[in-house]
Design a binder for this molecule. Structure first.
Ligand code: NAD
Ligand code: IPM
Ligand code: MN
Length: 356
């Protein structure tokens, strides 16, 4: 079969340490399964690039990566040198918006043998997806500041929900729930306090649910939903949320499974008009960057999501099985999971598990 063309962007901090581990897995996949990759590495979308060029990305970034089959991304952000909103709005958020990656798919799974900070939770009891709206909502560029530097200073940033934008992510979430055994969907809302956009979100959920009569669905306000994630994680199957609520839930969920260091994300354009982007949920972790102790599993699981998206489902399943096998062994766990393994030792163990 033809090689999958992958744009590789490591970014900042631990992105530069975990991306090589993800690539090692993909190279192993290529040697074991009937598939091939062509990797093109890019140095933009990083704060180093910003320091050299005064901008996060070249003007022609879209042409340079828009033709690839997928983007394999690490993490971006180095607040010591570039303000976070500048680095993020100049890179990752551009990818999501310009490539219309309107679904951010974030699996949450307690892996066999891994201790959960929640008492007495077993694998299978935490196994759900956060489906996060990824191009609009609370992350809007509509707003501004008036009367700057006066006592009358005012700042505003609008939440934007479009019917097309809400319906398409809901449809994706309901379709996903349809393929799952439990066929259960939960919607995150806050229609008691946010009185225009969130009632609209609820209204669209209710309308969409009519097209999926065999799906059991419910909704919770975001405040109590975070409490239920901790106290009743077994209630959830597919959780659909607006951009900001989905962001919060997709750190909280993985924290309940032991660490955010294992959590993967697919920023997906389901119509495949543009490349989708696969990255860990976590950021550049400046506090541990350079120490080579970062957990590479989030990056490697993201590689599995990418394989699945590319149609390499057998390979994708094999990578997830290899992750499970290794995480079950305390000696290969990184420090965030209470272990002593470094990034490369954990990554290599997963390569070994994959090669049997
Ligand atoms: P973070 O996810 O980078 O780190 C939060 C905490 O989790 C830190 O203590 C870190 O050491 C730990 N951690 C994260 N990933 C880990 C891993 N793989 N292994 C072990 N420990 C891990 O979040 P933050 O500190 O809020 O943000 C740091 C920078 O990253 C900021 O610039 C932020 O904007 C950026 N960020 C980028 C992304 C992204 O690229 N998608 C996501 C989140 C944050
Ligand atoms: C994520 C991150 C980003 C987000 C930040 C870095 C802008 O937290 O991918 O979850 O909020 O989407
Ligand atoms: Mn986040």
């Amino acid at each position: 079969s033809n090689a999958h063309r992958i744009a590789v962007i490591a970014g900042d901090g631990i992105g530069k340490e975990v991306v090589p581990e993800g690539l090692r897995i993909l190279e192993t996949v290529a040697s074991r399964f009937d598939c091939a990759f062509e990797f093109d590495h890019f140095d933009f979308a990083s704060c180093d690039y910003y320091q050299q060029h005064g901008t996060m990305m070249p003007a022609d970034w879209k042409a340079r990566i828009g033709g690839h089959d997928a983007i394999f991304f690490g993490a971006v952000g180095w607040p010591e040198t570039v303000p976070d909103h500048v680095s993020l709005w100049g890179s990752l958020i551009q990818f999501r918006r310009e490539f219309d990656q309107y679904v951010n798919l974030r699996p949450v799974r307690l892996m066999p043998g891994v201790p959960s900070p929640l008492a007495n939770r077993k694998p299978g009891e935490i196994d759900f997806y956060v489906v996060r709206e990824n191009t609009e909502g609370e992350y809007s560029s509509i707003g501004g500041k008036i009367f700057p530097d006066t006592e009358r200073e005012v700042v505003m940033q609008e939440t934007v929900m479009t019917r097309v934008g809400v319906d398409r992510v809901l449809r994706y979430a309901f379709d996903l729930a349809q393929r799952r055994e439990k066929k259960h969907l939960t919607s995150a809302t806050k229609s008691n306090g946010i009185s225009i956009t969130m009632p609209y979100w609820d209204e669209r959920v209710e309308a969409m649910a009519k097209a999926y009569p065999d799906i059991r669905w419910d909704k919770y306000h975001i405040d109590i939903l975070t409490a239920h994630f901790v106290q009743h994680p077994d209630w959830f199957d597919v959780v659909v949320a607006s951009n900001l609520f989905g962001d919060i839930l997709s750190d909280l969920g993985p924290a309940c499974t032991g660490t955010i260091g294992i959590a993967p994300a697919g920023n997906i354009n389901p119509e495949r008009r543009f490349p989708s982007l696969f990255e860990p949920v976590h950021g550049s972790a400046p506090d541990i960057a350079g120490q080579h102790i970062a957990n590479p599993v989030g990056q490697i699981w993201s590689a599995a999501l990418m394989l699945d998206h590319l149609g390499e489902t057998t390979a994708a399943e094999a990578v997830v099985r290899a992750i499970e096998e290794v995480l079950a062994r305390p000696e290969y766990r990184t420090r965030d999971l209470g272990g002593n393994a470094n990034t490369a030792q954990c990554g290599k163990a997963i390569v070994d598990a994959l090669t049997g």
